[in-house]
Design a protein around this ligand. Structure first.
Ligand code: SF4
Length: 461
């Protein structure tokens, strides 16, 4: 009888992990103190004034001349003329809070991530992609009532107003948000009792609608009484189970949460009332860059956390702002540090006048790979493309076909628009020169798209 050799178990000594180097904890290093006082016009602004949300709103920059007075020669020569020319061509009007103005590096404005998001400069603009439309997500086509989009079976998007605490260059809703510009006459969605009532009636008449996003515009601009009114009206509809108030406010004017007690109380009351009814009411916000998060933000998010208000974040992937693995990882970890859940990172929508800000599906996939694993899975955002033409949000990896050379990706949305395929297009400036030339020829362009769709059809399930 043979005997098996005895196996001696190998006992490995546990290897002690060295404490992290300080740079690995950079997400906890937040800007504090009177940082705004380096801006000439804010030198004498004390903390109480700077934290006053009404002062922030009143002092927001809407014209180049006011910016010039505010930063008084900090920017390099030529920048102001470049900005003036950029504003004439932009589809969005400009509105930027003193908080954001204070965080911009005006000595190097061309490289600054916050300047890039809010102030257009003509020298960096690129021609629009030939397949681009103003309402690229076709929100108006899916709107049974003005300002109410019903695209997903159980979810609706309610736009009670069309103003925001800032105006972002890359806004998907540039067809409606902000003032008319030289380039665009907008669809206006002003607060209106009758329009709101029709929206509630529609929501109540569709038993499948369980989830309502209240956006805009921006929920920061709703008066406390409006928050209460909308909250009460929607919570009273039996089929509504979940509500999200959407606002960019915490990223651009976090002090409102510290100094507008009525607004925070109104939101907290809707959250508490929802909880008593076993309905979920949360806040969705929109940070794009770690530089937007300061000690003021930490305090503001802490207050919401104490009041039991869950905050989730939706970022947009923007070229020159957060399109590197390092920046996005820092943003995700910093949000987690504040108990804000990184929920989505959107590939930039195909919006008019901001082709310089878009990046490719390939870049999104690359960044996602690096972010995943850097922190807990529940704090890791899903990278999505909001399929132009109304396909809704698709995981960037879920394309039926993607040609990195032509930049054409094709997505299916079986539970949103069964049987249809949706195309997204990488920006032309990231393609090889010979591919860019093909896009310049209408017949070639159509052939590239037709081929991608044909290939996708063969694969779609
Ligand atoms: S805050 Fe939101 S809705 Fe308003 S301009 Fe910016 S992206 Fe658009």
């Amino acid at each position: 009888m043979s005997t098996l050799p005895l196996r001696v178990p190998v006992v490995r000594e546990p290897v002690a992990r060295a404490p992290a180097e300080p740079h690995a904890l950079a997400h906890r290093d937040l800007l504090r103190g009177p940082f705004w006082q380096r801006i000439p016009a804010y030198r004498s602004i004390d903390e109480a004034t700077f934290l006053d949300h009404a002062w922030q709103a009143k002092s927001s920059i809407t014209r180049v001349s006011k910016l010039v007075e505010t930063i008084e020669g900090m920017a390099p020569p030529g920048f102001v003329a470049d900005l003036e020319a950029g504003m004439k061509l932009a589809p969005m009007s400009v509105r930027v809070s003193p908080y954001i103005v204070s965080l911009i590096d005006w000595e190097h404005p061309y490289e600054d991530a916050l300047r890039t998001q809010f102030f257009p400069v003509a020298s960096r603009l690129l021609p629009d992609h030939p397949k681009l439309g103003l309402d690229s997500l076709a929100e108006q086509a899916d709107a049974p009532v003005p300002g109410l989009t019903h695209r997903y079976s159980d979810k609706a998007l309610f736009l009670p107003l069309d103003t925001c605490p800032v105006y972002c260059r890359f806004c998907t809703r540039s067809y409606a948000i902000g003032l008319d510009t030289d380039e665009v006459e907008k669809v206006h969605l002003r607060p209106n009792d009758e329009r709101w009532r029709r929206a509630y009636q529609y929501i109540a008449s569709r038993p499948e609608l369980e989830d309502i996003v209240i956006s805009g515009g921006d929920a920061y601009q709703l008066r406390a009484a409006h928050i209460a009114e909308i909250g009460d009206a929607l919570l009273a509809i039996p089929n509504v189970r979940r509500m999200r108030f959407a606002t960019k406010g915490p990223a651009v004017m976090p002090m409102k949460i510290l100094t507008d007690g009525a607004w925070v109380d109104a939101l907290a009351r809707v959250v508490e009332k929802g909880r008593a009814l076993r309905k979920d009411v949360v806040l969705h916000t929109h940070f794009n860059h770690p530089q937007e998060i300061t000690g003021i933000t930490e305090e503001a998010m802490g207050r919401l956390f104490e009041r039991g208000i869950v905050v989730r974040n939706q970022s947009v992937l923007i070229r020159g702002v957060n399109d590197t693995a390092e920046t996005m990882t820092l943003l995700v970890k910093r949000l987690g540090h504040l108990n804000v859940h990184p929920y989505y990172v959107y590939l930039h929508d195909m919006v008019q006048g901001v082709e310089d800000l878009r990046t490719s599906v390939d870049t999104a996939i690359h960044i996602e790979k690096h972010v995943r694993g850097s922190t807990a899975g529940f704090n890791t955002p899903t990278f999505v493309v909001d399929a132009p033409g109304g396909g809704g949000k698709r995981d960037v990896h879920s394309f039926e076909y993607y040609d990195r050379d032509t930049g054409v990706s094709v997505y299916g949305a079986p539970s949103v628009k069964p049987g249809r395929l949706f195309t997204y297009f990488d920006p032309l400036h990231q393609l090889a020169t010979h591919q860019q030339r093909r896009w310049g020829d209408a017949a070639e362009r159509q052939a590239m798209i037709d081929e991608a769709i044909a290939r996708a059809r063969g694969r779609a399930r």
